[in-house]
Design a protein around this ligand. Structure first.
Ligand code: NAD
Length: 420
């Protein structure tokens, strides 16, 4: 199967700069600078159907098109590598094997957007990935592919690597911008979106690692080719899926968008763990709703997964087996989100610990019938916040109420966890 993001990977080690270049690396940048205008590069990304791989799935080209062209003053590009969505480790795997596709992708994005200075905002725990990037940036600069007058053209761009202090909220794009500015990483209200008013008030595009790493292949081989990689007409391109939980092999694989869930489990994951049966999964990182056995043949693309009431999100699939308590699993996720709330918005600061308390009570056998309605109301109320943290935290709870209300009720009726 054709690989885009993992094309240059070597087993157990990072690809070298020479190997990447020998395999056509940086040819997309050469092509863009010598044959394409910035608008043509942007149009190719729009036509490719590339959507944000961090979790939101927003059209990348459209996001770029929101950047005003005529404003004086600098504009910025930030690559978000503050990957911390539970279950999500795809950007780490990508960068531990190959930092160059991202560097080339950032440079191409800067060319399209007229950006002269970009940042890679990386999680402090991603030391190996950060070292690869630091070395890659130096190599690209020495080869004239970064810095002043790239490939002797008029185009110049610098990329700074910024090590995050490391909290989940720092990955939220406006909190990230505050962090880069040296402020406390509280999210800002949107609008204004960063594309018009972001870093130091300037137009700013924030894109995920996987998103930007796709750009060189789109420019080298064309948007039609990229779109055609998907398994269905709803999707475009490839996707990194990182699967964890009750499967034989926990893997991070690159597959065409639109690959059905069952094929991911039975193929690269080698099926469910011996003796276990699929009960549910969270398809796109912790802030997505549960899918159930009836969804096993759902093609994993943004629109189809949304149609069945969840989200493709970051593509981090967490598999739960029969006999596993989903109330406890949801409690575990809510505990994470309650801990990571920045405390800026009241519903998030106060609501998440309260939801955690109610779920803890239910799991311990002290739940009451009215708790189910209380939980349902909080799924609604916790949507009124500056950022996606609290609404995201409510997604698994929403799925639990929608598909596994009977399991919640059993906890309440039996005054104990029925799985213990
Ligand atoms: P969002 O839907 O608010 O925005 C998506 C992107 O589109 C943003 O960059 C936003 O600025 C832009 N955008 C949307 N509408 C726009 C408009 N009208 N004009 C200009 N720009 C516009 O989502 P978000 O808050 O960026 O991301 C939330 C998602 O992030 C969640 O769904 C979650 O799955 C994911 N997430 C991922 C990780 C991870 O580790 N990968 C961590 C936390 C959250």
């Amino acid at each position: 199967m054709e690989q885009v993001l993992f094309r240059h990977n070597r087993p157990g080690r990072v690809v070298t700069f020479k190997e990447y270049c020998d395999e056509g690396g940086f040819n997309a940048l050469r092509k863009a600078i010598s044959e394409m205008t910035p608008n043509e590069v942007q149009q190719a990304v729009i036509d490719s159907g590339l959507r944000g791989r961090g979790g939101a799935g927003f059209s990348t080209g459209r996001k770029w098109s929101f950047v005003p062209r005529d404003l004086p003053g600098p504009r910025w590009l930030i690559c978000n590598c503050d990957e911390m969505e539970p279950g999500t480790y795809k950007d780490r795997v990508l960068l531990e094997h190959n930092p160059y596709s991202l560097i080339e992708g950032i440079t191409l994005a800067c060319y399209a957007l007229g950006v002269r200075h970009a940042f890679i905002f990386i999680r402090r725990g991603y030391e190996k990935a950060a070292n690869n990037l630091a070395r890659g940036l130096m190599e690209a600069k020495e080869a004239g592919l970064l810095g002043q007058h790239i490939l002797t053209s008029e185009f110049s761009v610098d990329i700074d690597l910024h090590l995050s202090a490391g909290r989940y909220i720092c990955g939220e794009e406006t909190a990230l911008i505050n962090a880069l500015e040296g402020k406390r990483p509280n999210p800002r209200s949107k609008p204004p979106f960063p594309a018009t008013k972001g870093l130091w008030g300037g137009p700013t595009v924030v894109n995920n690692v996987e998103t930007l790493a796709n750009v060189p292949a789109i420019i080298a081989k064309g948007p039609g080719w990229f779109k055609g990689l998907a398994r269905n007409a709803e999707g475009a391109g490839m996707k990194l899926f990182c699967v964890s939980g009750a499967v034989q092999n926990r893997v991070c694989v690159e597959l065409p968008i639109g690959t059905p869930l069952r094929e991911i489990i039975d193929g690269p994951c080698g099926g469910m763990k011996p003796g276990t049966k699929f009960k549910a999964c969270i398809p796109g990182g912790a802030s997505t709703q549960f899918l159930t056995p009836e969804h096993l043949d759902v093609p994993m693309d943004y629109d189809t997964v949304a149609k069945v009431g969840s989200r493709l999100g970051s593509g981090a699939i967490i598999i739960f087996e029969e006999g596993c308590c989903l109330v406890a699993a949801t409690l575990n996720l809510i505990t994470f989100f309650a801990r990571e709330s920045c405390g800026w918005c009241t519903p998030c600061r106060e609501g998440l610990p309260f939801v955690k308390e109610v779920l803890t009570r239910i799991e311990a056998g002290g739940g009451e019938e009215r708790d189910i309605e209380i939980l349902r109301e909080h799924v609604k109320y916790l949507n009124y916040t500056f950022c996606a943290l609290a609404p995201g935290a409510m997604a698994p709870l929403d799925g639990l109420l929608r598909h596994f209300e009977a399991e919640l009720r059993e906890h309440i009726v039996q005054h104990k966890c029925p799985f213990k």
